[in-house]
Design a protein around this ligand. Structure first.
Ligand code: IFG
Length: 338
């Protein structure tokens, strides 16, 4: 929703590497902006990348810049996974090409608000799938990762039966370019191949993906959506899934989070940072740190013996380290910082 230049992404990669994160999922397209150059559809960035939430600024990554971030991350053992969100969250694409719209004439204006669920690709038009194939072809060629994220969340403007068929067709496109599909957990409603990855965030569709042989990434919005306010009076963030302080983002366990989803079904843990209210590097640091450190521990360590009382003491020491690096982390009062 707000664009961040390459140097800010590299800065976050440096900090992630300190805590042994191995994957960075870049959400490259949404209603408010298309952020990755696609040479066969240049207006996606020439027009669709020109703004952001609030209407001032915007931007996008050239393919050269994207490749540079991929290489920078790989040097630090971090895999970048790209996300092209569809069929919903597509206003920027629809605004860029009238042909992508139902009548092929009218294109919606660029959108700078924060509503969700109002846009959809035209799923009954064949050229929509030519468009998707071009986008996936170009981006897959830039991505060493075996995974490709197709979004699939909040497609409220797409009829369920259309959504199911769409996801199935997109999976064929992803597979044809040698990638394994990841989608937000709503894709569990569609017929998906065994081995597809469903990213759990707020409902129980991940269970339906597991029933089809899918695997799960755990991103519970009530625990590790890092755009959630720490407390009601926090200066940044949202509260639609409640407030989440550093203790609450630590006191949970992926293996017992969801009925019908066992530890064997879970391939990883991811803490999303949505940027409706996040505009600067300091904003990123404030929301991400210190909560991200607990996510690393939950992802990498066994549940046995993990307690907040023990962890919070070790965390306070990392406050000194983060401060020494000039990181604008939030000194959450639930921790006794050095
Ligand atoms: N839900 C939307 C995001 C973002 C988020 C903000 C998902 C998968 C709310 N979809 O989370 O685009 O708006 O917390």
């Amino acid at each position: 929703r707000h664009f961040f230049p390459v140097e800010d992404v590299k800065h976050l990669i440096d900090l992630m590497a300190l805590y042994k994160f191995n994957t960075l999922h870049l959400h490259l397209t949404d209603d408010q902006g298309w952020r990755i150059e696609i040479k066969s559809w240049p207006n996606l960035t020439a027009h669709g990348g020109q703004t952001q939430v609030g209407g001032s600024g915007g931007g996008f990554y050239t393919q050269e810049q994207y490749a540079d971030m991929v290489a920078y991350a790989a040097e630090r053992y971090i895999d970048i996974i790209p996300e092209i969100d569809m069929p919903g969250h597509t206003n920027a694409a629809l605004s860029s090409y009238p042909d992508l719209n139902p009548d092929g004439v009218a294109a919606p204006p660029l959108y700078t608000g924060v509503e969700v669920g109002f846009s959809t690709l035209t799923v009954h038009k064949e050229m929509t799938y030519d468009f998707i194939n071009d986008v996936v072809r170009e981006l897959a060629a830039l991505s060493p990762s075996r995974y490709f994220h197709i979004g699939g969340d909040e497609s409220h403007a797409t009829a369920l039966e259309d959504y199911r068929k769409f996801i199935s067709r997109v999976q064929d496109i992803i597979t044809s370019h040698g990638k394994t599909m990841i989608g937000w957990e709503e894709i569990g409603q569609a017929p998906i191949a065994a081995g597809t990855i469903a990213q759990h965030w707020f409902s129980d569709f991940a269970r339906q993906a597991v029933a089809q042989g899918g695997k799960v990434i755990c991103s519970p919005a009530k625990r590790i959506y890092l755009d959630m306010k720490y407390y009601e009076d926090s200066p940044l963030g949202l509260t639609w899934s409640g407030t989440v302080n550093t203790q609450q983002s630590y006191e949970w366990e992926p293996a017992t989070l969801m009925d019908g989803v066992s530890e064997a079904d879970i391939i990883g843990v991811e803490a999303p940072l949505w940027t409706e209210t996040i505009q600067t590097r300091a904003d990123i640091e404030y929301m991400v740190f210190p909560r991200l450190l607990g996510v690393a521990e939950i992802a990498w360590s066994p549940a046995q013996g993990r307690t907040w009382d023990e962890y919070r003491t070790r965390l306070s020491i990392h406050g000194r380290r983060l401060a020494a690096r000039g990181v604008n982390f939030y000194r959450d009062p639930c921790v006794e910082w050095d």
